[in-house]
Design a protein around this ligand. Structure first.
Ligand SMILES: Nc1ncnc2c1ncn2[C@@H]1O[C@H](COP(=O)(O)OP(=O)(O)O)[C@@H](O)[C@H]1O
Ligand SMILES: [Mg+2]
Length: 258
C-alpha cells in the first residue's frame, strides 16, 4: 500500500507530564527516530482564481526532529498553504509530504484524519478556542476526541496548562483570558495529545510584538524537552530571530533556507 504508516515509526515519544511517565512508552520514535520529522518534497499546490495562478510551487524543505522552524515571508507568499499541506488538511497537486520518513500525503482521508488527531498539533492565528468551554475543557477536547477517558484527559490537560504557566486560569473561559493567555491555552491544547509536529499559523499576529520572544522561548524549551518539532508561519521579526531554521517564501517559492 502506498504510503502506509508503520506504527513503529510514528509512535509516541516523550510524555507530557508525570502522569504519562507511568505509561510505558509504545515502540518509539524517541529511542529510534532521529531523522527529519517533516519533509516536503517538490510540493506544488496551485489555485486558479480569475485567470491568476497562485499557491506554492516546487517547494522542498526538511525539518529535523526537535527543531523550531519558521516559515517566513510576506502576506500571500504561501505560508498558510504550506502549513495546511504539512498538517494534512490539504493535498498537494504534485510532490510528497513525509512525516517521520513516511509518505503521508497519499493516505486516504481517514488515515490522515487519524494522524492529525494523534500526531499533529495546530495553533491557529485567532487561537480558535471554544468560547463556552473553560481553558481546561478546551485542552481536554482533543484528548476526548481521541477517546482518552475523562479522568486521564483532565490530568493530562492540567499538566499541559501547568507547563505553559496557565494553571491559575484553568477554569476561565477564553473571553476571560488576555490574548497572551489564550495563545498559551492554544499551545497547551496542541501539546496535550503529545504530538510529533506542531504547526502554528502566525501565532503572534493578533498580539503585540512583546509576545514573540517569550512564545519562541517556550516553544524552544518544549522542542528540547520533548523533541516536539515546530513549524511556525510568521513574518514577525521577533519570532524569526529565535528560530533554529528559517525558510523564506516569496510568491509561493522557497527563496532562502538558513
Ligand atoms: N483557497 C484559495 N483559493 C484561491 N487562492 C488561494 C486560496 N488560498 C490561498 N490562495 C492564494 O495563494 C497565495 C498564498 O496564500 P497563503 O498561503 O494564504 O499565503 P500567506 O499565508 O503567506 O499569507 C495567495 O496568493 C492567496 O491569495
Ligand atoms: Mg497565512
Amino acid at each position: 500500500m502506498v504510503g502506509a504508516v508503520r506504527p513503529g515509526n510514528l509512535e509516541s515519544r516523550a510524555p507530557l507530564g508525570a502522569i504519562r511517565q507511568a505509561t510505558p512508552p509504545r515502540a518509539c520514535i524517541a529511542s529510534g527516530y532521529t531523522g527529519f520529522m517533516l519533509q516536503l518534497d517538490c510540493i506544488t499546490r496551485a489555485y486558479e482564481l480569475g485567470g491568476e495562478r497562485a499557491g506554492v510551487f516546487g517547494v522542498s524543505l526538511e525539518v529535523p526532529r526537535g527543531c523550531l522552524a519558521v516559515l517566513a515571508g510576506p502576506s500571500g507568499s504561501g505560508k498558510t498553504t504550506l502549513l495546511q499541506l504539512a498538517g494534512l488538511l490539504d493535498t498537494p497537486d504534485e510532490g510528497e509530504v513525509r512525516l517521520g520518513g513516511e509518505t503521508v500525503s497519499a493516505l486516504p482521508e481517514r488515515a490522515r484524519c487519524d494522524l492529525r488527531l494523534r500526531r499533529l498539533g495546530f495553533v491557529f492565528q485567532a487561537f480558535n478556542l471554544v468560547p463556552v468551554l473553560s481553558a481546561l475543557e478546551n485542552v481536554m477536547l482533543p484528548l476526548q476526541l481521541q477517546g482518552v477517558p475523562e479522568p486521564e484527559a483532565r490530568l493530562r490537560a492540567q499538566a499541559a496548562l501547568e507547563r505553559v504557566g496557565l494553571s491559575d486560569r484553568a477554569h476561565h473561559r477564553p473571553g476571560q483570558l488576555s490574548g497572551g493567555q489564550q495563545q498559551r491555552a492554544a499551545i497547551a491544547r496542541a501539546l496535550a495529545p503529545d504530538p510529533l509536529l506542531v504547526l502554528a499559523d502566525e501565532p503572534t499576529a493578533s498580539l503585540d510584538h512583546a509576545h514573540g520572544g517569550p512564545l519562541m522561548d517556550l516553544l524552544a524549551e518544549l522542542a528540547a524537552e520533548r523533541g516536539v518539532t515546530f513549524l511556525v508561519a510568521s513574518h514577525d521579526p521577533s519570532v524569526i530571530a529565535r528560530a533554529h531554521r528559517v525558510f523564506r517564501l516569496a510568491d509561493g517559492r522557497l527563496v532562502e533556507a538558513t
